[in-house]
Design a protein around this ligand. Structure first.
Ligand code: R5P
Length: 279
């Protein structure tokens, strides 16, 4: 049985079609603003699905309440799939007195859930904070299938060295070559990028990242590729976190922008539901 929290309402129909029985859950608010949750069905094994994008706090509380409610109903094996995991970027103390936020969230979820599944987590090393089995899934299959046939003579690029593995996973599936940009962050909104030794002239290029936030990285990469003579520039990412105006900014700078549906956005054209129901 699958239980869908508010962070996966947009995946509900596809989960039902591909994954089978969806358990009922009532989610509302008390007049004082607190969340109220009631699960309406039960099974021996349950998979709860819900991304924790904005408003992250309330979606996390919801997953905890659903976990507690399902344990109350006697569920034995409880898995949680959080396609986009909020608070994942606060993974270390940078100023004295700060918490490791991702650790707080993972430990809290561990009170109720036996297994945790996420997609392209910012820092996969932080999965160690979850006390049970924790798996970082890849959106490479979904992204590669979406772009199959669109690139022809092309290549896949990562916007920085750290994202090279992701570009490679997509490129391997498409049978294309891959490379990366050297990226240096100057401020939260500014990046300096240097193209690596690769000839993009006359080629279609797909740039793949884990997150698009302000869109600064992708816009910069796309304009560099144009200067270098690339033919078409496609941009994709697992999580479209998109700050205000970012979808428009990136869309204007590239031939196509498509992200996965871990977060619902106007360009969430790539579905990871198949990877979820196959767990
Ligand atoms: C950085 O660690 C991430 O992989 C992304 O490259 C970054 O979050 C993109 O941010 P923006 O869209 O603001 O350039």
């Amino acid at each position: 049985m699958i239980v869908v929290s508010s962070g996966a309402i947009h995946l509900r129909d596809e989960l039902a079609t591909l994954g089978g029985k969806i358990g009922g859950v009532e989610i509302k608010r008390f007049p004082d603003g607190e969340k109220y949750v009631r699960v309406l069905s039960s099974a021996e094994e349950v998979m709860v699905v819900g991304s924790t994008f904005y408003p992250q706090d309330e979606r996390i509380i919801e997953l905890l309440l659903i976990g507690d409610a399902l344990r109350e109903r006697g569920v034995e094996r409880l898995r949680v799939v959080i396609p986009y995991f909020g608070y994942s970027r606060q993974d270390r103390v940078t100023k004295e007195g700060e918490p490791v936020s991702v650790r707080v969230v993972m430990r809290s979820l561990g009170l109720y859930y036996d297994e945790l599944y996420v997609f392209d987590l910012h820092n996969p090393g932080t999965l160690k904070f979850f006390p049970g089995k924790a798996v970082n899934l890849s959106a490479a299959r979904a992204i590669a299938e979406y772009f199959q046939g669109k690139l022809r003579e092309g290549l896949v690029l990562a916007p920085d060295r750290g994202a090279r593995g992701r570009a490679r996973a997509v490129a391997d599936r498409l049978g294309l070559e891959y490379s990366h940009f050297e990226k240096e962050r100057i401020s939260p909104t500014e990046v300096r990028m240097t193209p690596v030794d690769v000839d993009v002239r006359g080629k279609n290029v797909l740039i793949v990242d884990d997150i698009i936030s302000t869109g600064g990285t992708m816009v910069k990469a796309a304009s560099l590729l144009r200067e270098m003579g690339a033919k078409k520039v496609f941009v994709s990412a697992t999580h479209g976190v998109f700050a205000e105006g970012a979808v428009e900014r990136v869309s204007k700078a590239v031939d196509e922008l498509a992200v996965t549906n871990t977060i619902p956005t106007p360009v969430s054209r790539i579905s990871v539901v198949r990877d979820i129901v196959n767990l």
